[in-house]
Design a protein around this ligand. Structure first.
Ligand code: GAR
Length: 197
């Protein structure tokens, strides 16, 4: 059985592209939808260019009405009938109620070595702390932010002259290696920890 993967993005979608490009040939999954909370996200154009169905639900008109936003987000998502959901630079916090509907079926990539630096500004915080190693993590999404079981981590060195930008530029290519590798393993039923460096 070929698994259907919905990918949620907010911006440029480079992780989405890496995931979509990996789901070819003998891969046990295929992308079924790229969904964004920002109709202007450039990743949507990249998905269309790759022939993947897209949808956007602008979060802004909903303001603090998080449940209403998520109800709108749910419509195209459920229509696509995904087996797995991959958050790939999706920058909205999802409620526990939303996450619970996809328990064990939703993955996220986060640009830090979790459990360090949940939330935002991960690279600046790693530099500020004097860390000599940084990286990224793919984990299962649970109700708590950036907190679910860790499925994979990739490590990069932090250089003494790094800025948040230079460190991000070193981590991002590792994200593009790690996320497809973890997705493939999960699609094949393997949730053991993958570490790359
Ligand atoms: C990536 O670095 C991803 O790890 C990060 O946003 C970027 C999205 O880039 N995600 C988070 O910070 C989630 N909290 P992309 O749109 O080019 O994939």
């Amino acid at each position: 059985m070929i698994l259907r993967v919905a990918i949620l993005i907010s911006g440029s979608g480079s992780n989405m592209v890496a995931l979509a490009q990996s789901m070819r040939g003998d891969h046990p999954a295929r992308p079924c939808l790229v969904l964004s909370n920002d109709p202007a996200a450039s990743g949507l154009d990249k998905a269309r260019d790759m022939g993947i169905a897209t949808a956007a639900v602008d979060h802004r008109p909903y303001g603090l009405e998080r449940a209403a936003f998520e109800a709108a987000l749910l419509r195209p998502l459920l229509d696509a009938q995904p087996d797995l959901i991959a958050l790939a630079g999706f920058m909205r916090v999802l409620t526990p109620e939303f996450v619970a509907q996809f328990e064990g079926r939703m993955l996220n990539i986060h640009p830090s070595l979790l459990p360090k630096y949940k939330g935002l500004n991960t690279h600046a915080r790693a530099i500020e702390a004097g860390d000599t190693v940084a990286g990224c993590t793919v984990h299962e999404v649970t109700a708590a932010l950036d907190d679910g079981p860790i499925l994979g981590q990739a490590h990069v060195p932090v250089h003494p002259d790094d800025t948040a930008q230079t460190l991000a530029a070193r981590v991002l290519p590792m994200e593009h290696r790690l996320y497809p590798a973890v997705l493939r393993r999960v699609a094949m039923g393997d949730r053991s920890l993958l570490t790359i460096s």
